[in-house]
Design a protein around this ligand. Structure first.
Ligand code: NDP
Length: 450
C-alpha cells in the first residue's frame, strides 16, 4: 500500500493541472491514466480538431488568393499526410504533459483506477491510499439507440479514419457537429449536417445561429433541420445507407454522430465510497469541487458543469490551491467565453439577447453585419455578424457575439472587458484599430429596433 496526499484519477486538462499545482504546494501526488496523458482536448478534441480546421480552410484561402494576384492551382488533398502530421504533434504534446508532471514531482501511473473506499484507489494489483482523491475522468461520446448505430463513428474515431470519406452525414447541431461539418466540407467531402431541432447551436444567440446556418449552407453544406436518422444499414459495398426521419434515404461513406457526451464514471466504482451522481451520471460537486464524500473531489467534464478545457484547468487549479496551497478559492463559472470552430467561426461571451431579456427589464442590442475588407475584392460572399447585448439600466455590456473570421481571437479581448464590467460607453470610448474587423465592436452606435 502506497500513501499519498492526493491521488488524481484522469490525466486530462483538469487532472494534470490539479496534480501539478498540488505537488508544487508540497503534496505527495500520484496520477492515474488508462490511455494517454493529455485527455480529450489534446488527444481527440480541441487540438487535433483545430489542426483539421486549419487544413479545411485552405480551400477557401486558395480561391481567395487568386483575386490577390496568385495563380493558385490546387489539385488534391492528402488526408493521410494531415493525419500523420497531426499525430506527430499529438505525440509531442503527450510527452510534454508527462514531463510537466514528472518535473513537478508527480508520480505518473498507468491503468484503470477504481475506488475501494473513500480513501483507497485500486490500480491493477496496487492499492493507493489517499488522503484526498480527485476524479477527473472527463466524458465520452454519447451514441443514441438507433438501428444500425454500430455503422456510425463518434468524434473518437474521426481523428483516425484511414481515408477521407467522399461523402459524410454528421448528426447533431452542437459544437462538434458544426465543427466537423466545416472540416469535411472544406476538404471536399460531400457533407450533410442533420439536426433534429429547428436551428443549430441551441443556447447561442438566435441571430448568431441563423447567420451561421445561412453561411454554412452558402459554403456547400447540405443542412437538414428538423431531421433525424431512423436507421443505418450497410450496402454490398460497405457504404452506409441512412434512412432519414423524412422518409428519404442517403448513401454515404461515413456517418459521424456528435450528439453530446456523457461523464466517464462507469469503471470508477464510485458506489464503493458512496459518491453521489446526478441525472446524467455526472459527479455532483459544490463550487469548491467537493463531492458529498469529504475526501473525494471532482473537476472537469465528469462534473458536467461547463465542458471546456480552460474551465477544467481553472477548476483543477482552484481545487489544488484551496486544499493544498492554503489559498481558498473557487472557479468562477460566470462570463466564460467560448468559440465554435465552424467555418466561419463563432465566438460568444455572456448572455444571448434572448437570455438577457429574460433576466433584465431593459435590454439594448447592437448588431453589425458586413463583408470584411479582405473579401471586398474576392468572390467570397461570406458575411460577418457582430452583436453586443447591453443592460440598458446600467449600460453594462452583458453579452458579445460574433460569427466571422478570427472570432475566437477577437472575442478573447472582448471577454476581458466584459469580465471587468465594461459599459457600452467604455466600448464607445475605445479607439478602434483600423482597418480591422474587431474595431466594429467600438463603433456600434445605433441600437437595434426591438
Ligand atoms: P453538444 O451538447 O454541444 O451538442 C449535442 C447535439 O446533439 C445537440 O445539437 C443535440 O440536440 C444533439 N443531440 C443530442 N441527443 C441527440 C439524439 N439522441 N439524437 C439526435 N441529436 C441529438 O455536444 P457535442 O457533442 O457537440 O460537444 C460536447 C461538449 O464538448 C460541448 O457542449 C462543449 O462543451 C464541448 N466542446 C467544445 C468545443 C469548443 O470549445 N470549440 C468543441 C467541441 C466540444 P439538442 O440541441 O436538440 O439537444
Amino acid at each position: 500500500m502506497s500513501n499519498y496526499d492526493l491521488v488524481v484519477i484522469g490525466g486530462g486538462s483538469g487532472g494534470v493541472r490539479a496534480a501539478r499545482i498540488a505537488a508544487g504546494h508540497g503534496a505527495k501526488v500520484a496520477i492515474c491514466e488508462e490511455f494517454r496523458y493529455g485527455g480529450t482536448c489534446v488527444i481527440r478534441g480541441c487540438v487535433p480538431k483545430k489542426m483539421m480546421v486549419y487544413a479545411a480552410h485552405f480551400s477557401e484561402d486558395f480561391e481567395d488568393s487568386r483575386h490577390y494576384g496568385w495563380n493558385t492551382t490546387v489539385n488534391s488533398f492528402d488526408w493521410s499526410r494531415l493525419i500523420k502530421n497531426k499525430d506527430t504533434e499529438i505525440d509531442r504534446l503527450n510527452g510534454i504533459y508527462e514531463n510537466l508532471l514528472s518535473n513537478a514531482g508527480v508520480e505518473i501511473l498507468y491503468g484503470t483506477a477504481s475506488l475501494i473506499d473513500a480513501n483507497t484507489v485500486m490500480l491493477g494489483d496496487k492499492k493507493l491510499n489517499a488522503d484526498k482523491i480527485l476524479i477527473a475522468t472527463g466524458g465520452s461520446p454519447f451514441m443514441p439507440k438507433v438501428a444500425g448505430i454500430e455503422h456510425a463513428i463518434s468524434s473518437n474515431e474521426v481523428f483516425h479514419l484511414e481515408q477521407q470519406p467522399s461523402s459524410a452525414i454528421i448528426v447533431g447541431g452542437g459544437y462538434i457537429a458544426v465543427e466537423f461539418a466545416g472540416i469535411f466540407n472544406g476538404i471536399g467531402t460531400e457533407t450533410t449536417l442533420l439536426y433534429r431541432g429547428p436551428q443549430i447551436l441551441r443556447g447561442f444567440d438566435n441571430d448568431i445561429r441563423n447567420h451561421l446556418s445561412a453561411e454554412i449552407v452558402k459554403k456547400g453544406i447540405d443542412l437538414k433541420l428538423g431531421t433525424d436518422v431512423e436507421s443505418i444499414r450497410l450496402d454490398s459495398d460497405g457504404r452506409k445507407v441512412v434512412t432519414l426521419s423524412n422518409g428519404s434515404t442517403k448513401t454515404v461513406d461515413c456517418v459521424l454522430y456528435a450528439t453530446g457526451r456523457n461523464p466517464n464514471v462507469k469503471s470508477l466504482k464510485l458506489e464503493n465510497a458512496g459518491v453521489e451522481l446526478g441525472k446524467k451520471g455526472e459527479v455532483k460537486v459544490d463550487k469548491y469541487s467537493r463531492t458529498n464524500v469529504a475526501s473525494i473531489f471532482a473537476v472537469g467534464d465528469v462534473t458536467d458543469r461547463i465542458a471546456l478545457t480552460p474551465v477544467a484547468t481553472m477548476e483543477g487549479h482552484a481545487f489544488a490551491d484551496t486544499f493544498f496551497g492554503n489559498n481558498e478559492r473557487f472557479a468562477d463559472h460566470t462570463n466564460v467565453p467560448s468559440a465554435v470552430f465552424s467555418q466561419p467561426p463563432v465566438s460568444s461571451i455572456g448572455l444571448s439577447a434572448e437570455q438577457a431579456r429574460e433576466e433584465f427589464d431593459k435590454v439594448d442590442t447592437y448588431t453589425s453585419e458586413f463583408r470584411i475588407l479582405k473579401h471586398t475584392i474576392t468572390d467570397n460572399t461570406e458575411r460577418t455578424l457582430m452583436k453586443l447585448i447591453v443592460n440598458a439600466d446600467t449600460d453594462v455590456v452583458i453579452g458579445a457575439h460574433m460569427v466571422g473570421p478570427d472570432a475566437a481571437e477577437i472575442m478573447q479581448g472582448i471577454a476581458i472587458a466584459i469580465k471587468a464590467g465594461a459599459t457600452k460607453a467604455d466600448f464607445d470610448a475605445t479607439v478602434g484599430i483600423h482597418p480591422s474587423t474587431a474595431e466594429e465592436f467600438c463603433t456600434m452606435r445605433t441600437k437595434d429596433a426591438n
